[in-house]
Ligand binder design. Structure first.
Ligand code: ADP
Ligand code: MG
Length: 725
């Protein structure tokens, strides 16, 4: 290894014993660790402008963004055209300018105290009084020393995260910059280059050591941009190497089943459906067929928005497995959903001679024994259940296809276990949780992707509205009016503080209250998580048969449930839900031909229109950020009906790590690349990584030795399911 990079921090002039200890607390032990401590943002002082200059620019028709530094002289909440506005007056020493906010006032009004200095960036405009004004600018608060030190130095200044461990050591922004500066100057050139030259030339990327240098000490914007690109590409490349290695192991090293397609039973099943398949369903079905007739094991992700009709496609695939003398299993996330699949399949498979068996965790001993016997002896063609179907006790005679329904969190490791348990069955993972393409490429990159991007004909867009709690009486009246015309409504209450007991209490209380007051003349049912699944099922069936007008429910109806006649969904405390949950809930209505409605109930501050996302979250408290994000989610629901649009927003709000437990994925967390922005770079990195591994799966060529070295050194934990692990 490069000796200099492995030296302790104490080899730097500005780091003594105490400081080295402080750095050690945040896991920075060596020079290399320090060089990998990257800035989180930059302030470009290379073209700082005075307010005077900016005014001149604007008068000449300039329309771009500018950055300008100033000191706060006043801030006030004023009214403009009867709307509240937060206005900050600032000076750059010579001239005045102002920043204004029309939205999110509460969040800003405690910032921008008199005397504080900020760098603000935005498109400038002139007010009708000729004042220079910035509307909702980006801003960076500047430390006392920074305002003077860096003024007009003409550099791009890096900002590093300043953890409390370093602050406790009296290290400020400037001190930290100096330490890192020294490390870069002395040791950066020792950083090894992992990539063959051809890869760098192809992608026009700088050497790794050049990138690291420019990340810390940017020479200019252009080089900084390239440096950031290189660092992100690096990360994505190695990430995709792991994906490719894993995929290789499944595809190349494992022999799967070569099914035959018998057209007659498939056609008969399709005829039985009572509707014709959409183009998208047919396309996906043929993709699945192609996988099934090939000797490589199928490893496919089927993505389709709620209600797009994934279940029938899965059933057709299962049919193919069964007509080949194999068993097919489908795992649903809840018992009630498993039972719904069971009833549905029984109906559709009538007369086919295929036997369906249900296995759930809560089933009685005798029934379970019978089911297990039918599975092991092979009488059961199709096995339906919850995760119980993969317990030790369940032995299959000959399982050929495993379908995993609505389980995007069902990670790679679990999938691997299923493959290892059976005789390498084909695997189909289905999800309605919309996943942006960039995400599915990373987290499901070892799966082939099929998408049902079309809803069955006749579905109308669900009308979604956002209302404050004060409007509930009017909404109840709307429900009563609608239900007397033969419509049906869900009224949902959220999980309160992660506690089932509290959740239950809230729903129960509301149920009693509504039954005695607003809804005393209509029929109301109740569904909650503490009920046995058969009780839940009974309530659901009553609702489906039209014996209830309204179903008061906790979130148990969230996934999969299909009651086509229900068309109104009221979601209380909607700000507590995540976007994909809200989308799932909304997907429960509007399945029949009727117009669907979704009413989101928020607190008044959530209802305020704060649709755009260009806020600098850094200066807000955690609670403020939460409220703010909730408002963005609710407004996004009103604006978008497609799960894919919503998923992009979700990704920006939460980041990939939260959407997919990274632990379960067995993949490293991405530190630098941002999947909501770096899609094109990801695609390049993926193609390159896959190409390298295709031609040299064990990195035996000399030009790939650098790649191998990094994988073994930095990604050892993630190599478990690969050949070089
Ligand atoms: P999801 O993709 O959310 O699992 P489902 O498979 O539950 O969706 O299908 C939703 C509803 O649409 C079901 O009632 C199903 O019978 C119906 N359906 C599926 N495909 C079609 C189609 N091609 N035409 C009409 N209705 C369909
Ligand atoms: Mg489904």
């Amino acid at each position: 290894m490069n000796s200099g990079l492995q030296l302790s921090l104490k080899s730097l002039g500005n780091v003594g014993y105490k400081r080295a200890e402080a750095f050690a607390k945040i896991n920075i032990l060596t020079i290399e660790d320090l060089l990998n401590y990257f800035p989180t943002r930059y302030l470009d002082r290379t073209n700082l402008l005075s307010a005077m200059k900016v005014i001149e620019y604007v008068r000449n028709g300039y329309e771009g963004e500018v950055t300008i530094i100033g000191k706060v002289i006043d801030n006030e909440l004023i009214k403009y055209a009867r709307k509240p506005v937060f206005k900050v007056s600032m000076t750059d020493g010579d001239s005045l300018f102002e920043c204004v906010w029309f939205q999110g006032l509460k969040f800003f009004k405690d910032r921008f105290r008199t005397g504080e200095s900020y760098a603000v960036s935005a498109k400038p405009r002139l007010t009708k009084y000729g004042h220079l004004q910035f509307v909702h600018p980006d801003f960076d608060k500047l430390g006392k020393d920074e305002t003077t030190e860096f003024k007009n130095t003409g550099r791009i200044i890096p900002f590093y995260r300043m953890p409390k461990e370093l602050k406790a050591n009296k290290l400020g922004d400037i001190g930290l910059r100096n330490i890192i500066y020294e490390a870069v100057e002395k040791f950066c050139d020792e950083i090894a280059e992992p990539f063959p030259e051809s890869l760098l030339i192809k992608n026009k990327l700088p050497l790794y050591r050049e990138a690291v240098r420019n990340i810390h000490i940017p020479e200019d914007q252009e080089r900084l941009k390239k440096a950031i690109e290189r660092i992100k590409y690096n990360e994505l490349f190695f990430f995709e190497c792991l994906v490719a290695l894993r995929r290789n192991k499944v595809k190349v090293r494992t022999r799967g089943i070569k099914f035959e397609i018998f057209p007659a039973p498939v056609k008969k099943l399709i005829d039985n459906l009572g509707f014709s398949l959409t183009e998208a369903q047919l396309r996906v079905l043929s993709e699945i067929k192609k996988d099934m007739i090939s000797p490589e094991p199928m490893n496919r992700l089927l993505q389709g928005d709620v209600g797009s009709g994934k279940t029938v496609v899965a059933l057709l695939a299962m049919m193919i497995a069964v007509t080949n003398g194999y068993q097919a299993a489908i795992m649903a996330p809840t018992e009630i959903l498993a039972h719904q699949h069971y009833l549905n399949f029984e109906k559709l498979l009538k007369g086919s001679g295929i036997k369906c068996v249900l296995v759930t965790g809560g089933m009685k001993a005798a029934g379970r024994r019978k089911a297990l016997k039918e599975i092991v002896e092979g009488d059961a063609g199709i096995i339906i259940g919850t995760h119980a179907i993969f317990e030790e006790a369940v032995n299959y005679k000959k399982v050929g296809l495993v379908v995993i329904d609505e389980q995007h969190r069902f990670g790679v490791l679990q999938r691997m276990r299923i493959i290892e348990k059976g005789n390498s069955p084909d695997v189909l993972v289905m999800t309605a949780t919309p996943i942006p393409r960039s995400l599915s490429m990373t987290y499901f990159g070892d799966l082939d992707l099929s998408v049902i991007d079309e809803l069955p004909p006749g579905r109308k867009t669900i009308k979604t509205i956002l209302r404050g709690e004060a409007r509930l009486p009017a909404i109840y009246k709307f429900i009563i009016d609608k239900t007397t015309e033969g419509n049906q409504a869900y009224v949902v209450y959220p999980l309160v503080e992660e506690s089932e007991v509290l959740e239950l209490k809230a729903a129960l209380e509301q149920y009693e209250f509504l039954k005695e007051t607003y809804f005393k003349d209509i029929r109301v049912g109740l569904l909650h998580g503490r009920m046995h699944w058969q009780e839940k099922e009974e309530e659901m069936l009553k609702f489906a048969r039209g014996e209830y007008d309204v179903l008061v429910s906790t979130t148990v109806i969230e996934v999969g449930i299909d009651v086509p006649s229900a068309n109104i969904m009221v979601i209380n405390d909607a700000y507590r839900f995540g976007l994909s949950q809200l989308h799932q809930l909304r997907g429960r209505v509007g399945r029949g031909g009727k117009q669907g409605y979704c009413v989101l109930i928020g607190k008044d501050e959530n209802v305020a229109r704060m649709g755009h996302m260009n806020f600098n979250f850094e200066y807000l408290s955690a609670a403020q950020i939460e409220k703010f994000k909730a408002a963005i989610r609710l407004n996004a629901m009103v604006k978008y009906s497609s799960g894919f649009d919503l998923s992009e927003i979700d990704l920006k709000l939460r980041g990939p790590g939260q959407i997919f437990g990274t632990q379960q994925s067995g993949m490293p967390e991405l530190k630098y690349a941002d999947l909501s922005e770096d899609g094109p770079l990801l695609i390049k990195a993926k193609e390159d990584a896959f190409a390298v591994i295709e031609s040299d799966p064990r990195f035996e060529l000399p030009e790939n030795s650098g790649i191998r070295a990094v994988l073994v050194k930095d990604y050892a934990d993630n190599l478990r399911y690969s050949e070089i692990g």
